[in-house]
Design a protein around this ligand. Structure first.
Ligand code: AHR
Length: 500
């Protein structure tokens, strides 16, 4: 097919909040243990942090990392994970039917995040605990000193406050699988009270209330409305979670999931603004898509639970393929095009558990297919997102009635003059002749980099022994004359074209 994109220097959606390049580290399976943390691993530093994983995390370009859960959060006592390691309790983790050793906790995560160069995002347990524990925890983390809990932190070797800015008020509290699940009314009240006291301890923080666990929950939309009706004045964000699936076992349908993400975002924005309207409030609640990814292959009971309460068993270690990389790249385009309301997002998770990075205990670490579109977007999307006017033929699907073959967005970094086009060709049988009109950016622009994620086999994967099966490669045909860029995009490909 042929498709056209028009973009104008002056038509701006929003500045880009780089927290949309977030990831997630949960105490689940091998994400912490033998993922980011493995004392005795050949690459481990003196704190047991795997440097091969740290290096890949930096290359991934993630900006903020959510911790410690997930479903794990709803049964977690933060006190178990601080202080002398040899005194920390072993506990049953009822979220994942595992034994938690607590060898890694809050202070280790802060050290890891500082070393890797990412911002920490924390959650407070609103499953088995409440606002009282949340205010104690934030006092431990963020209060400078002179109180029992801030002095306790200092006695653990952390003189300066951790200064954690972004906090999640619980996790998936609408889900029956959650320890201490709640109705919208119950959760809205506790979220309000928790947010209130946390802000009293540290007014500089930002807070996210739990939205629905996914768009298919029976209580979806009503949940968001009622929760925000309770806590609107005290929170900054509402969270969204989505895990893309492939029920039709069809790449065309699978890539239609991107349209569902767009609908999800628009609906949650509408609900948040409806709550604002009842108050005649100019305040705008922002969206935090704090769990999103492809997850359906490793989703059976056996993937979710191993018998015998093991320590860090391998759980949901989804192996990603070409079509998964295309979907992740396409979803990132959607997040960018909604940059005015989506100010934070965490691909879930970082390593081993449905992660862009895979490791072997004691052995190698490598990039899954989905690593590449994420890393390329984080590397090249800077500054602000511009409004893209797209003309493209579409196909009809079961997932969405109208799925345009071209899905694209454009960013502009005014400091470097870089204008970058991200484009997904959802036509699987034909290349796409793409024309982009770059209006108002000045002449003498050149293509400085043009890369694609493409593989003729949609099921191709990266493994320890074949780590680069699906990896970025140059786009063969791309040219720019004046304000007119032309490119031939391979069938079923995700592309990034950088001009300056
Ligand atoms: O990311 C895996 C799990 O998925 C998280 O613990 C939970 O929040 C979600 O259901």
């Amino acid at each position: 097919p042929s498709a056209r994109l028009i973009v104008d220097h002056d038509f701006i959606i929003s500045d880009l909040d780089r927290r949309i390049f977030g990831t997630f580290v949960e105490h689940m399976g091998r994400c912490v243990y033998t993922g980011i943390f493995e004392p005795g691993h050949p690459s481990a530093d003196d704190q047991g942090f795997r440097q091969d994983v740290a290096e890949l995390t930096r290359e991934l370009g993630t900006t903020i990392v959510r911790y410690p859960g997930g479903n794990f959060l709803s049964g977690y006592n933060w006190e178990d994970g601080v202080g002398p390691v040899e005194e920390r309790p072993r506990r049953l983790d009822l979220a994942w039917f595992s034994t938690e050793t607590n060898a890694f906790g809050t202070n280790e995560f802060i050290d890891w995040s500082r070393k890797v160069g990412v911002e920490p995002m924390f959650g407070v347990n609103l499953g088995t605990r409440d606002h009282d524990e949340a205010r104690r925890f934030i006092e431990y983390c963020n209060h400078p000193g002179g109180t029992e809990l801030s002095e306790l932190r200092k006695s653990h070797g952390y003189e300066k406050p951790h200064d954690i800015k972004f906090w999640c008020l619980g996790n998936e509290m609408d889900g029956p699988w959650q320890i201490g699940a709640k109705t919208a009314g119950e959760y809205g009240r506790i979220a309000h009270e928790t947010a209130k006291v946390m802000r009293w301890v540290d007014p500089s923080i930002e807070l996210a209330a739990c939205g629905s666990s996914n768009r298919d929950m029976a209580t979806y939309a009503r949940w968001e409305y009622e929760v925000l009706d309770h806590c609107f004045d005290y929170v900054d964000f509402i969270s969204l979670h989505t895990y893309f699936q492939n029920p039709h076992d069809s790449t065309e349908e699978f890539l239609g999931n991107i349209e569902l993400l767009e609908a999800f975002i628009r609906e949650v924005v509408a609900i948040a603004d409806a709550v604002a309207a009842t108050r005649r409030s100019p305040k705008r609640i922002m969206l935090s898509l704090d769990e999103w990814n492809v997850w359906y292959k490793a989703r059976t009971h056996e993937h979710l639970r191993k018998p015998g309460w093991p320590e860090h068993p391998p759980l949901i270690e989804e192996v990603y393929n070409t079509e998964d990389a295309l979907l992740v790249g396409g979803a990132l385009i959607t997040l960018l095009n909604n940059a005015d309301r989506v100010k934070c997002a965490c691909i879930a998770q970082l390593v081993n558990i449905i992660g862009p990075i895979m490791t072997e205990p004691g052995g190698a670490a490598w990039r899954q297919t989905i690593f590449h579109p994420f890393a390329l977007t984080a590397r090249h999307a800077h500054g602000r997102v511009l409004r893209s006017l797209i003309s493209s033929p579409s196909y009809a699907g079961k997932t969405a009635p109208e799925i345009p073959y071209l899905h694209a967005c454009v960013t502009e970094d005014e400091t470097t003059g870089q204008v970058t086009i991200f484009a997904l060709n959802r036509h699987l049988g034909e290349p796409m002749d793409l024309e982009v009109l770059l209006r108002g950016f000045g002449g003498n622009r050149q293509v400085v980099e043009a890369l694609q994620i493409h593989h003729p086999n949609m099921k191709a994967v990266n493994t320890k022994d074949a780590q680069d099966t699906v990896a970025p490669a140059p786009i063969e045909t791309v040219s720019l004359e004046g304000d007119r860029l032309q490119a031939r995009l391979m069938p079923g490909s995700w592309n990034v074209i950088v001009t300056a």
